[in-house]
Design a protein around this ligand. Structure first.
Ligand code: NAP
Length: 313
């Protein structure tokens, strides 16, 4: 088992983590960034991003993260394709442990572990995961060329997934549990203009139907529970929001009722001095790449000031 000492460790490799890394590196903190098990974060699943400033023609989520990472590497950020699975924030310097059991002793930690897709939680969803059930149209849409598919949800993610799939698939059903969409108006307008997207309002998935070959259909129940119906689809894309990746911090930091890390006031300070949080892991409201990037900058600035005022003796 190795042990090493660091001024600043950053957990997570999305827009928040890599922006924190750029700022921390430029401030001389020599940050070590752990990419985690989803390098680039959730945004890499987004096909087209048109609301991140600086890209007049838009850019893919993967392209955006490649650019931000390149910028971080220009400032000599050390990035490791590894996962931290255990932390001890009870005393400073803090201890972080990799999957392999290696220990990093850190004077400060910036958490930007983001969020992961939420699942419906029904048995058949588990059964057919990877056999027709997915949370990523960009990753798996290719398998459903000219086929019929369903997308579950009415937010920006679901609508963006439906739009992406509509250019590949024969027909896309969008299953929405209320009679309104949560998605932004620009996305709704694009959705409504697509002839091969049909919205099934006020329905929820009851069961994903299938056989040994994978998904064959979807059984829906009306939101009031009055009637059921079945649609014939080969793919089901679940896009019903996110849950924050805070499992390893549960006994260490103050979290809110939904599991998001609580930060103090306008700062990135968590309940433990020297541990900072930024990006979607502490943001249940905005969840935008540009907001995450901005909060990453704030966390690195907070961290630099903290280390100046509180050097480890
Ligand atoms: P979201 O905005 O929370 O929307 C989740 C959707 O899933 C809602 O329509 C919700 O219905 C529905 N839902 C939740 N639980 C469900 C269940 N058990 N069964 C059926 N439907 C369920 O999540 P999101 O779309 O992932 O977006 C998250 C954040 O990321 C948002 O702030 C969004 O603006 C942002 N985002 C932005 C972009 C972009 O700007 N390009 C792209 C993707 C995401 P109700 O409305 O009834 O709750």
């Amino acid at each position: 088992m190795n042990k090493e000492e660091r001024k600043c460790v950053i957990l997570g490799s999305g827009p928040a983590g890599y922006t924190a890394a750029i700022y921390a590196s430029r401030a001389g903190l020599e940050p070590l960034l752990f990419e985690g098990n989803a390098p680039g974060g959730q945004i890499t699943m987004t096909e087209q991003i048109d609301n991140f400033p600086g890209y007049p023609q838009g850019i893919s989520g993967q392209g955006l993260m490649d650019d931000i990472k390149q910028q971080a590497l220009r400032f000599n950020v050390e990035s490791r394709a590894k996962l931290i699975t255990k932390v001890d924030f009870s005393k400073r310097p803090f201890s972080l442990f990799t999957e392999e059991g290696d220990e990093i002793s850190a004077q400060s930690v910036i958490i930007s572990t983001g969020a992961s897709a939420r699942w419906l939680g029904i048995e058949s969803e588990r059964k057919f995961r990877g056999m027709g059930v997915s949370t990523c149209a960009t990753c798996d849409g290719f398998f459903y060329r000219k086929k019929d598919v369903a997308v579950i949800g009415g937010g920006d993610t679901a609508c963006s997934e439906a739009l992406y799939l509509s250019s590949l698939c024969n027909k896309v059903y969008l299953v929405v549990r209320r009679n309104v969409l949560r998605a932004t108006k620009a996305v709704q307008d694009m959705l409504m203009a697509k002839e091969n997207i049909e919205i099934i309002w006020e329905h929820k998935p009851l069961e994903i139907l299938g056989d040994n070959s994978g998904v064959t259909g979807l059984k829906l129940i009306s939101s009031k529970g009055e009637e059921t119906k079945e649609i014939s689809v080969l793919g089901v894309f679940v896009a019903i929001g996110n849950i924050p990746n805070t499992e390893i911090f549960k006994s260490q930091l103050e979290l809110d009722a939904d599991g998001y890390i609580i930060t103090k006031g306008k700062s990135s300070y968590t309940s433990v001095e020297g541990v900072f949080a930024c990006g979607d892991v502490q943001d249940s409201t905005y969840k935008q790449a540009i907001v995450a990037a901005g909060s990453g900058a704030k966390a690195a600035i907070d961290c630099e000031r903290f280390l100046t005022e509180n050097p480890v003796k």
